[in-house]
Design a binder for this molecule. Structure first.
Ligand SMILES: CC(=O)N[C@H]1[C@@H](OP(=O)(O)OP(=O)(O)OC[C@H]2O[C@@H](n3ccc(=O)[nH]c3=O)[C@H](O)[C@@H]2O)O[C@H](CO)[C@@H](O)[C@@H]1O
Ligand SMILES: C=C(OP(=O)(O)O)C(=O)O
Length: 420
């Protein structure tokens, strides 16, 4: 197992670029299962989760054709087997995103239940209930979701009790090929849902209202190929900007979007960063100042994203004052707290709230990555800690951060990967 070794090295200063968004690329790759012609996807990030998805699609018969500059071509017409096996789904929960497209296009799908993960139980009941409302017959047996439909799925009005990102995406994709109109109410408004909807529209789908909490889909008989560029990763972008705040430095992220990061940028400003933005870049400059602790409450978009919570806990850990960080989406998303405390942080957990009292300095220590964003928070904390931090189990970080060590090196961090 690879490890990262990071030696605290003062203020980060420089420029990096944002890669394509993992959480946009994953549903878009699965959406290609709906098409009857080649879909070309650009700005695909080079990540473990993408490799896992391509392996999953490959098992179904879809052969990727690699193009230049991280483009890839996939054709849903090649599907021979509508089966998503446990050994791949367990590596990546987002594999559940093949369920809606397979069912809508081929009338059946056997997809392993993803199960829980380090951050919480993460059920998929809303995906299943929504597909049932569209006429699917679904049995859960032997750890698999076995879904069938006679003819086409039927349009329906579906109200989500809880805002769910992949739930919205699964039903959105399923509805594109359903008979009649589907209305998704209390739908997720995340920018990645919008990016998926735009790709589907490029494939011939009829969708309106994406980006709002009510999405309307008029089903069509078939979808065709198209070209689509994956949007920039707002969570990766935010992580680099937080690294500037933690180290009292300056980081400019290029090839990104400020309009999808408003809640995060507002918190960085509150922490004392001078934030400037342009057409496709964002800069956070602490001008040498120590950050001020901020209060955070995670919630669905456009509120503060749970995927940035761990990184802000790391920032508060070295900030002036005390910040309360409330996690409202996942019940167990504080695995980074114990590890940050091992680096000298002062964080107390009270139910779904981390009370973080900033300390002047953290000290390097051997720490364990437990999930994707927890790992990112440890790496960010390590860039300003005294001495050496060894981050173990970094396969978590490789799921979602492209070239993490090369990008941090560009900013002046002392970081290296030790193959394990
Ligand atoms: C690949 C991807 O895009 N992952 C993101 C997606 O995960 P994901 O789509 O899995 O997360 P959801 O938006 O579905 O989860 C939100 C909440 O709804 C609950 N829930 C969800 C579905 C369901 O059927 N029943 C149910 O109760 C979950 O347990 C959780 O408490 O959104 C999360 C919340 O922004 C992000 O942290 C993840 O990075
Ligand atoms: C939780 C995340 O991803 P996933 O839903 O794929 O586990 C994440 O991107 O922070």
């Amino acid at each position: 197992m690879d490890k990262l070794i990071i030696t605290g090295n003062g203020a980060l200063d420089g420029e990096v670029w944002a890669s394509g968004a993992k959480n946009s690329a994953l549903p878009i790759l699965c959406a290609t299962l709906l098409s009857e012609g080649p879909v070309t996807i650009g700005n695909l990030p080079h990540l473990q989760d993408i490799t896992t998805t391509l392996e999953l699609l490959g098992r179904m018969g879809v052969e990727p054709v690699m193009g230049e500059k991280m483009t890839i071509q996939l054709d849903g017409a090649q599907v021979r087997d509508c089966h998503a096996p446990y050994e791949l789904v367990k590596k990546m929960r987002a594999s559940i995103l093949v369920l809606g497209p397979l069912l809508a296009h081929f009338g059946h799908a056997d997809v392993s239940l993803p199960g829980g993960c380090a951050i919480g139980s993460r059920p998929v009941d809303l995906h299943i209930r929504g597909l049932e409302a569209m006429g699917a017959e679904i049995r859960v047996e032997g750890g698999y979701i076995r879904a069938r439909v006679d003819g086409r799925l039927k349009g329906a009005t579906i109200f989500f009790d809880t805002v769910t990102v992949t739930g919205t995406e699964n039903l959105l994709m399923a509805a594109t090929l359903a008979e009649g109109t589907t209305v998704l109410e209390n739908a997720a408004r995340e920018p990645e849902v919008v990016d998926l909807a735009e790709c589907l529209i490029g494939m011939g789908a009829k969708i309106t209202g994406h980006g709002s909490d009510t999405i309307t889909i008029e089903g069509v008989e078939r979808l065709h190929g198209c070209y689509h560029d994956v949007m920039p990763d707002r969570i990766e972008t935010g992580t680099f900007l937080v690294a500037a705040a933690v180290t009292r430095g300056r980081v400019k992220v290029r090839r990104t979007r400020a309009d999808v990061l408003e809640a995060v940028l507002a918190k960085l400003e509150e922490a004392g960063a001078k934030v400037t933005t342009g057409d496709d870049w964002i800069e956070a400059d602490m001008e040498g100042r120590r950050p001020r602790a901020v209060n955070i409450r995670t919630a669905p978009y456009p509120a503060f994203p749970t995927d940035m919570q761990a990184q802000f806990v790391a920032m508060n850990a070295v900030a002036e004052g005390t910040g309360r960080v409330v996690e409202t989406i996942f019940e167990n998303r504080f695995m980074h707290v114990q590890e940050l405390n091992r680096m000298g942080a002062s964080i107390a957990l009270e139910g779904n709230t981390a009370v973080v009292t900033g300390v002047e300095r953290l000290s390097g220590a051997p720490v364990m990555a437990t999930d994707l964003r927890a790992s990112a928070s440890l790496v960010v904390a390590a860039t300003m800690a005294d001495g050496e931090t060894l981050v173990d189990r970094i396969y978590h970080i490789d799921r979602g951060y492209e070239c993490i060590e090369e990008k941090l090196q560009l900013l002046g961090a002392k970081i290296r990967r030790v193959p394990g």
